[in-house]
Design a protein around this ligand. Structure first.
Ligand code: NIG
Ligand code: FE
Length: 427
């Protein structure tokens, strides 16, 4: 008789974990935020890029003797970070504007004078696909080494059809060649391009009638069956007002795009309520959000995404009213907002450190907001954001045995090893 023993060389067991923070049980609303699902002396079994079993090391080592063993030497393990808001794709930098701001000019003043997003637009329109991919690849690699295993990436520095599609091409190319998962967002409504200066209505019409349908068609032809990108709008005084934002998002919704929204970064226009009304997956920034907007958003499925790197990067003192969002029972998530203007920062570790200090979150709340809740903010909570059987095996072994160091310390990388779809990427 032939005895078949199933040796699966792809099966691995990660053990000797001081504390295994699973974040199991789905996205966490309101005051539930911070449920860690911690297992002391835990182990993780992975197969074919997914979690097969999660539990106590003594039990799992006995149950899976055939699995290849990986000793994590008494360190803490957390899910891979999910960064649900980045402007990943751009060319050049704006170090000169940073200096102008230090001398007293505001972000919106620089933008109104033709700098800001429009300065990056000029550099990005001139860049070839290869240049865009390589400049953005450096940021992807930095983020990945810092623990981000899934990242949203927006277009928005072209604002004409050709350059916006080049952003999407760059995102597809990076997703194909880097281990990170990238989730695309079309943001033709990031600013009014120079050729439409003073004609916001005309540009809004162009977006609704031409750019969105063409983008959808292009995506269906080039993205091999991947879900449509999100559509996002910079809803802000002097950029897209609330009625223009409604027009663009409604047109996008009609075409089947899922929605996002930049709301209340500098002024309160009611963007968070609009996001809830239109069923947007998230409303992001939320610095100037009113109590009424918070109440409406918290009563919906829309995730409030806070970007504390942005006020920090602009040296402002006001941050997202996170406690109010949690008291109203809303979903709160964290993201970097990585971009060349307000906050060039790839680190979700640094974002957690800021969130504890300025949003007054606990380290457990910050971690949940940077993993399972941020996964919900880009509709990928079913495959990412927690360590649970059946999900993608994306997790991090830290340099220390206590996960709270992620928020307590800052300025250095506390991720020793990134595991993406079961593969090891040591730092
Ligand atoms: O989210 N506010 C709009 N967009 C970015 C900034 C983009 C830029 O300045 O290049 C943000 O802060
Ligand atoms: Fe942004």
């Amino acid at each position: 008789m032939i005895c078949l023993i199933r040796y699966n060389w792809l099966m691995k067991i990660f053990h000797n974990i001081s504390e295994l923070i699973t974040l199991a049980g789905g996205p966490q609303r309101g005051r539930q935020l911070g449920r860690l699902g911690a297992i002391a002396q835990g182990a993780i079994v992975c197969e074919d890029g997914k979690f097969l079993a999660v539990g106590r090391a003594d039990e799992l080592l006995e149950r899976y003797p055939q699995a290849e063993r990986v000793d994590l030497r008494g360190k803490a393990v957390v899910p891979g970070f999910v960064d649900p808001h980045t402007h990943l794709i751009w060319a050049g930098d704006r170090a000169n504007e940073f200096e102008m701001r230090l001398q007293g000019k505001s972000y919106m003043e620089i933008m109104a004078a033709g700098g800001g997003i429009l300065a990056t637009l000029t550099a990005t329109r001139q860049a070839s696909l290869e240049q865009l991919v390589e400049e953005s690849r450096a940021r992807v690699r930095t983020a990945f080494a810092l623990g981000t295993t899934t990242m949203e990436a927006k277009t928005g520095y072209g604002l004409d059809i050709e350059t916006e599609l080049r952003h999407l091409e760059a995102i597809l190319e990076l997703a194909r060649t880097e281990p990170i998962d990238l989730v695309p967002t079309y943001m033709g409504a990031h600013a009014i391009p120079p050729e439409c200066k003073g004609n916001t209505a005309g540009y809004t019409r162009f977006l609704c009638e031409e750019a969105l349908p063409i983008t959808k068609q292009w995506w269906l032809e080039h993205a091999s069956g991947q879900a449509l990108p999100f559509v996002d709008v910079f809803c802000e005084a002097g950029v897209f007002e609330i009625e223009e934002t409604r027009e663009i998002l409604s047109a996008a919704k009609k075409l089947g795009f899922p929605l996002k929204l930049h709301a209340d970064e500098f002024e309160n226009l009611g963007g968070a309520s609009l996001a809830a009304e239109l069923g947007a997956v998230s409303a992001d920034h939320l610095v100037k959000t009113s109590p009424e907007d918070i109440r409406r958003m918290a009563a919906s499925e829309t995730v409030a995404v806070s970007l504390p790197g942005t006020p920090f990067g602009l040296a402002q003192s006001q941050y997202t009213p996170a406690k109010e969002i949690l008291a109203a029972d809303g979903y709160l998530a964290l993201a970097t907002d990585l971009n060349p203007g307000t906050t060039w920062n790839e680190s979700m570790q640094f974002i957690q450190a800021l969130a504890c200090r300025y949003l007054k979150l606990t380290p457990a709340q910050a971690l949940a907001a940077a993993t399972i809740n941020s996964a919900k903010a880009i509709s990928c909570e079913h495959r990412a954001g927690s360590i649970e059987p059946g999900k993608q095996a994306d997790f991090l072994a830290l340099t220390t045995p206590d996960y709270r160091n992620l928020s307590y310390r800052y300025g250095s990388n506390q991720v020793a090893l990134v595991i993406k779809k079961g593969e090891l990427y040591p730092n």
